[in-house]
Design a protein around this ligand. Structure first.
Ligand code: BTN
Length: 149
């Protein structure tokens, strides 16, 4: 029993440290990506549905950029272990295009939340012959915007 005590103490500390390291990743809030685009996710409902707004820093068009709505869904299965996957659609208010993003919310080694995403941007083309050039693909990394209160 005396010999088991230090072992149990070590086990307890190791499990405790692990528990602290697994900080939950939350989508709610303001985010900025590697292009300088800003995104706000207002809230995530119990079933994982969320909504927000997106202000892109760049555009494939020459139109004036405007704030655009987004709608998404976060994985909420009962066996969700944190660092959830999600997807969302931005319906651009200033162009005929749609972008779908898919990604995962990670907590990095410094405890910072990072959204690693891939996207498909579908632009409208005039006819089916131009379909081949209508879709762009890329990646974006989002980090949380710190509030300046
Ligand atoms: C358009 O050009 O028709 C709408 C704007 C598209 C902006 C794209 S979506 C993927 C990439 N990530 C961003 O933050 N902006 C660009």
């Amino acid at each position: 029993m005396v010999q088991a005590t230090p072992f149990l103490l070590l086990l307890f500390l190791a499990l405790g440290a692990h528990g602290l390291a697994v900080k939950k990743c939350s989508l709610t809030g303001r985010w900025v990506n590697d292009l300088g685009s800003n995104m706000t996710i207002t809230s995530v409902s119990a079933n994982g549905a969320f909504a927000g707004s997106y202000h892109t820093a760049v555009s494939a068009t020459s139109n004036e950029i405007k704030l655009s709505p987004l709608q998404g869904s976060m994985q909420k299965s009962p066996n969700q272990k944190g660092q959830p996957t999600f997807g969302f659609t931005v319906n651009w208010s200033f162009s005929d295009s749609i972008t779908v993003f898919t990604g995962q919310c990670f907590v990095d080694e410094y405890g910072k939340e990072v959204l690693k995403t891939m996207w498909l941007l579908r632009s409208r083309v005039e006819n089916i012959k131009n379909d081949w050039k209508a879709t762009r693909v890329g990646t974006n990394v989002f980090t949380r915007l710190q509030s300046q209160e």
